[in-house]
Design a protein around this ligand. Structure first.
Ligand SMILES: [Zn+2]
Length: 244
């Protein structure tokens, strides 16, 4: 099945945490959204690859994603060679997205920066008729979402209307992420505590969305970065709604 938008993350739960709201909004606007996890998350401290696959399927369903692809490119060992490029090109040519969401060029987890390079390169190469099998297809844009490291956003997406959907998608990752509304001792029985399983991370996700929302004059927003300037037909569309 073809999609309009493909959100690509290094690990299961990356795209839900970082751009789950934007995905839910795109779905609400009638866009067909797909999710691609580049690895199975097998190197995570908690949960197994199998359990994380089930959680990824539930999260994709909650966000309204039409497709979910999970590659096995090596959690904690992601590389960016020709074989990995071929694997991503195959998904791009099969799903044919116009818009791709990806990690930033550098981030705390080395897999994230490598995933950025891999996705950007694969998006270009997928458009070359003489590169590999399948009908060529090059997405029109790759926008990066914010993970650990900060950047000055090129734009933010108002996700206030779909915030509860994003929270439910995060709850699907019960082996990884602290449950919404759970107390400090509401640890799921999935293994030792980790940075992402702490209540602080859950609060950070909300705090960051409130921070960028506040700057843009809405309640919750997700920040994105574009390597190139963004052209608009109608600057009026860019007027902030809640700021004067
Ligand atoms: Zn990750």
């Amino acid at each position: 099945m073809n999609v309009d938008v493909l959100a690509i993350g290094a690990h299961p739960d990356d795209v839900e945490i970082c751009c789950g709201g934007a995905l839910a909004r795109l779905v609400a606007a009638g866009r067909r959204v797909g999710i691609l996890h580049l690895t199975c998350g097998e190197a995570g401290t908690r949960g197994t690859a199998e359990r994380r696959r089930g959680e990824a399927e539930r999260a994709a369903q909650i966000l309204g994603a039409a497709t979910l692809d999970i590659l096995d490119l090596g959690d904690g060992a992601l590389r960016t060679g020709p074989a990995e490029e071929e694997a991503v090109i195959e998904v791009l040519r099969r799903r044919r997205p116009e818009l791709v969401f990806a990690p930033t060029p550098t981030d705390r987890h080395p897999d994230h920066g490598r995933a950025h390079r891999l996705v950007v390169d694969a998006c270009f190469y997928a458009g070359l008729a003489r590169r590999g099998a399948g009908a060529p297809h090059r997405p029109a844009a790759v926008f990066a979402y914010m993970q650990h490291d900060l950047f000055e956003p090129s734009f933010v997406v108002d996700v206030t209307a779909v915030w509860e959907i994003k929270m439910r998608a995060l709850d699907a990752y019960e082996s990884q992420i602290h449950p919404a509304g759970g107390g400090a001792d509401a640890e799921p029985a999935a293994g030792p505590p980790t940075k992402i399983s702490s209540p602080q991370t859950r609060r950070m996700i909300e705090g960051r969305a409130r921070h960028y929302g506040n700057i843009a004059g809405v309640e919750f927003a997700e920040p994105f970065w574009s390597r190139t300037p963004l052209a608009v037909d109608d600057p009026w569309e860019l007027l902030p709604r809640g700021l004067r």
